[in-house]
Design a protein around this ligand. Structure first.
Ligand code: M6R
Length: 606
């Protein structure tokens, strides 16, 4: 989603800014722009990628030493060059991440003397308000803060003023902004990853504050103009190495194939095979008072929500504590029962999902304990929650989440074992299954050719239904989401028992139904559901053990998936072949698999 990068220093900065924007590309965006100042505000913007912007920057000053850039994911107004940031006038320029909720109301307060809006964005309203405020109050800090006080919504934004050409004014509310000191320079970005080659120490200004940034100095103010002490810089190990696809055609395929190793590494990191117990201290147990917990709510969005569905059922069964999964934005805006006896677990690959962050803020204000399970230890979520368990699965670049999903499920399994096993017997059976899991993932990855051939068989399909029962129901939802995201084929996931309550009306020979059928407690029931589909001429694709006689009697099209006698681990094993199935179908369709249309890796708006 939108990303911000800025520089004030001693060196020509155009290439520093465009290099910073490239580091933000993985988040997903549809247009980009850059602004530098050299006696005048100079701006270049374009739709598409940073590569498409570069030819437009040739006319910008190559010696300017202050400027900022932006990658935009359209929210207010289409992805056009006019709507791309920076928005600017000869007096000022702005880049902005987030949504100004009261932009329409604020626009009405602008006296319309000669204001010609160039874009449809909420951001441009802020620009004109500040420029107008500057006319009656020439101190940029006072003009800027007077407008910041009026904004509603979540944002991170930065403004440059031609009347104060050595400084950039930055403010945030709810969305991340990191500041770093470089060589004779200060820099800022919405993502520390973009700053990592300049510094490993980052300041994270508090909500509703203003940072005035210049080459050699930083100052922090509140919205009333009172100067505040600067936040203490945090030292973070942010990866600086370039992440490439290796020999894989896409990051997504590489990330699918990494899962055996990533899961094995996490198992050995978090489970002590000598003691036959999870390493409780590494699972953040000492930071959560489980005695106090009477209710667990597990929140996330998209794929992370599907992991939450699996996690909640397992927690309730194993811990005998009422546990519920909920999409973060729904929990945030209803009158949920939340108090100091509630543990809120936030699942998030990025740790920057605005819906999840705002749900956590809300839960904290109600006194809940909060636990983040997250892949990014320097993210806002990781810094906000009482406790963090890192996914440690390496950067996930493909927009479609794969290894983060399976690792989240594994980590929750280990967390629950750790809570449960505090006084229990050694976990011999669990240890056996944990040893087996990476081997089964490798088995699945070795069946790639077979999965690819089934995908090719269905390349003309326009719709898919996925069904599963028990832990395979969230896998049906997740696999349908994966297919939609990257192939743009319509797909829905249902609990097998729901078919007869409506969706069965869709079944005919043009409707492939993918049946997630591992050999578990639900096997005979899901086989019966597959039979109902077959009886109505639906094409049945089975995911299961190809040696199983019942499955072979139902369909010739079987995607091989080995059995493991543990429901959550079985869900992990089932997820992998269906990630591959979605990948190969998308490959047939020729879509942009790593950066599918309209999607962003990090969804930083509510
Ligand atoms: O970073 P998060 O896990 O919080 O992201 C949540 C969703 O936006 C994300 O899982 C999304 O659904 C993915 N594109 C799924 O592949």
């Amino acid at each position: 989603m939108c990303g911000i990068f800025g520089y004030a220093g001693n060196e020509p900065c155009l290439h520093i800014i465009t290099a910073g924007l490239r580091k933000l590309e993985y988040r997903g965006y549809d247009s980009a722009g850059v602004m530098v100042y050299d006696d005048a505000v100079q701006v270049a913007k374009n739709t598409g990628k940073v590569d498409d912007l570069l030819p437009h920057t040739h006319d910008l000053s190559a010696r300017a030493t202050i400027g900022m850039g932006h990658t935009r994911w359209a929210s207010h107004g289409k992805a056009t060059a006019a709507n791309a940031h920076p928005h600017w006038t000869p007096a000022a320029a702005i880049v902005h991440n987030g949504i100004i909720e009261n932009h329409a109301e604020l626009r009405a307060t602008l006296s319309d003397d000669n204001i010609a809006f160039q874009s449809e964005t909420d951001t441009e309203v802020v620009l004109h308000l500040v420029v107008q405020a500057l006319q009656s109050q020439p101190d940029p800090l006072i003009a800027f803060s007077s407008v910041m006080r009026q904004l509603k919504g979540l944002y991170g934004l930065a403004m440059f003023f031609a009347c104060d050409p050595h400084r950039i004014y930055i403010s945030r509310k709810g969305l991340p902004l990191a500041i770093a000191a470089g060589k004779d320079a200060h820099l800022f970005s919405s993502d520390p990853l973009a700053l990592a080659e300049h510094s490993s120490d980052f300041m994270f200004p508090a909500d509703a504050t203003i940072v005035v940034l210049e080459r050699q100095r930083l100052a922090l103010y509140d919205y009333d103009g009172e100067q505040l002490p600067l936040p203490v810089a945090q030292h973070l190990q942010v990866p600086t190495q370039k992440i490439d696809k290796g020999s894989y055609r896409h990051f997504m395929l590489k990330e699918i194939h990494e899962q055996g190793l990533v899961l094995a590494n996490n198992i050995h990191r978090l489970f002590d095979f000598a003691q036959l117990r999870p390493r409780a201290e590494m699972l953040a147990l000492q930071k959560i008072d489980m005695q106090r917990v009477k209710r667990i709510k597990i929140v996330g969005c998209g794929t992370s929500y599907h992991a939450a569905l699996l996690a909640a059922v397992f927690a309730e069964e194993q811990l005998h504590i009422e546990s519920l999964a909920e999409v973060a934005h729904e929990l945030r805006y209803r009158r949920a029962l939340l108090n100091d006896q509630t543990l809120i677990v936030a699942l998030s690959q990025s740790g920057e999902t605005a819906d999840t962050l705002s749900c956590i803020e809300h839960a904290r204000s109600r006194g809940c304990q909060t636990l983040a399970i997250c892949n990014s230890p320097h993210s806002t979520l990781a810094r906000t929650c009482d406790a963090l368990i890192e996914l440690n699965c390496g950067p996930e670049i493909g927009v479609a989440s794969t290894k983060a999903f399976t690792t989240t499920v594994l980590i929750w399994y280990l967390f629950v074992l750790a809570v449960r096993s505090a006084h229990a017997r050694p976990l011999t059976k669990d240890a056996h299954n944990l040893r087996k899991l990476p081997l089964l993932i490798d088995y699945v990855l070795n069946s790639t050719a077979q999965i690819e051939s089934v995908a090719r068989q269905y390349r003309q399909a326009r719709n898919f239904i996925y069904i599963g029962r028990g832990p395979s129901f969230p896998i049906a939802l997740e696999s349908a989401l994966k297919l939609k995201e990257i192939s743009y084929i319509h797909a829905e996931g249902y609990a097998g028992g729901e078919l007869k309550h409506g969706p069965i009306a869709l079944i005919d020979h043009d409707m492939p139904v993918l049946v997630v059928a591992p050999q578990d407690d639900y096997f005979l029931r899901i086989v019966a559901n597959a039979g109902e589909v077959k009886a109505r001429d639906g094409a049945v694709i089975l995911l299961g053990n190809p040696k199983n006689r019942e499955l072979r009697a139902l369909s010739d099209t079987i995607i091989p998936c080995p059995d493991i006698n543990q429901p959550l681990l079985q869900a992990i094993v089932c997820a992998v072949p269906l990630q591959l199935f979605a990948y190969y179908l998308a490959l047939e369709k020729g879509t942009d698999i790593d950066q599918p249309r309209h999607l962003a890796k990090s969804v930083t708006v509510e």
